[in-house]
Write a protein that binds this ligand. Structure first.
Ligand code: SF4
Length: 326
């Protein structure tokens, strides 16, 4: 694995809570979608971000490609802070940071042929020679497991798996260095999921791409990731290399997440179920984000936010259960 390509430091993003009466001075309470989030992605690495729906994974992905602006924190890409760039300054970097979405079809013009869709992306990024564009498009179609035949087809003529391959081709055609994959296989049948994941793994190794792979599916994340960050209510609660995380999960939320997939995790201990609704985390929130649902919660957990600390080599966790290890 190479050097750090992307360094995310103390990222924070809030959204106003809707349907709430305005306060005395007209302010709305803010929901913390992402809070104090820090992690790195190395060159040629696949970093998996996992957590239940609504935990801030997709908001994080959108901030990395400039679709959302963080309230604070930094996104360092080769030393340049992306969070401070305006659209014009960000434009040249779009070539290097691309995104693949869950529902590729909804982002495409149904009346445009696939070849023309991909060529338009190249035009926007300055490839002016028509022959060149055509060659590059056919090349990328073949790389993702489609073919020249699909150049003349329309997106609606493709199967679900082929549509996601087209999504990968759209990201890949301008030769990015980092692709953010936001639930790219969630809507696919399991057999097709494996094919698309294998294509991504092969491309990542051939082209030495870095991937941020976002998913709620712990099986998919385990299959594709070199390192995994477990996210809960907008913040990382645990991070480790994939094998280490599955051998030795430490955070109660990670353990419960693994135990919820019986085929995947031979549980060495009985993990009590966590119950209750996921709370909304606001600016006034204090203590551990998992406190209201954690079967191991202690009095300190409601008062003090646990620090995200390294407990063994490369394995970090935020939980007061391990305070005595400091
Ligand atoms: Fe549970 Fe406390 Fe650990 Fe949070 S800090 S996960 S509430 S034991």
């Amino acid at each position: 694995m190479g050097n750090n390509l992307l360094e995310i430091r103390n990222l924070k993003k809030t959204f106003p809570i809707r349907r709430q009466k305005l306060g005395l001075f007209g302010q709305r309470e803010q929901m913390l979608a992402v809070d104090n989030l820090s992690f790195t992605i190395k060159e040629g690495e696949t970093y998996g971000l996992v957590g239940e729906s609504g935990c801030g994974k997709s908001t994080t992905g959108r901030m990395l490609v400039g679709v959302e602006k963080p309230n604070s924190g930094s996104i360092l890409y080769e030393g340049k802070d992306l969070s401070t760039l305006n659209d014009r300054e960000f434009f040249p970097l779009r070539k290097e940071l691309q995104m693949v979405f869950q529902n590729t079809l909804s982002a495409l013009n149904p009346r445009q042929r696939i070849g023309s869709i991909l060529e338009d992306i190249l035009k926007v990024h300055g490839v002016s020679d028509a022959r060149d564009r055509r060659d590059q498009v056919v090349d990328v179609l073949e790389k993702v497991g489609l073919s020249e035949y699909h150049y003349f087809r329309y997106p609606y003529e493709l199967s679900g798996g082929q549509v996601q391959r087209l999504g990968i081709a759209s990201a890949l055609v301008i030769k990015p260095r980092l692709i953010i994959c936001d639930e790219p296989v969630s809507a696919l049948d399991v057999s097709i999921q494996a094919q698309v994941l294998n294509t991504l793994i092969a491309l990542q190794q051939d082209l030495r791409l870095s991937l941020l792979f976002i998913s709620h599916d712990i099986g998919v994340i385990r299959y594709i990731s070199d390192r995994i960050g477990v996210m809960y209510l907008g913040t990382l609660v645990e991070e480790a290399e994939t094998d280490e995380l599955f051998k030795n999960p430490m955070h109660p939320y990670t353990k419960a997440l693994f135990a919820s997939v019986p085929d995947l995790y031979i549980c060495k201990e009985t993990v009590p179920e966590f119950n209750g609704e996921r709370p909304v985390r606001t600016d006034t929130f204090k203590g551990c984000a998992f406190c209201t649902r954690c079967p191991y919660a202690m009095s300190i957990c409601a008062e003090k936010t646990p620090e995200f600390l390294e407990r063994s080599s490369g394995h970090q966790v935020a939980c007061h259960l391990y305070d005595s290890m400091e």
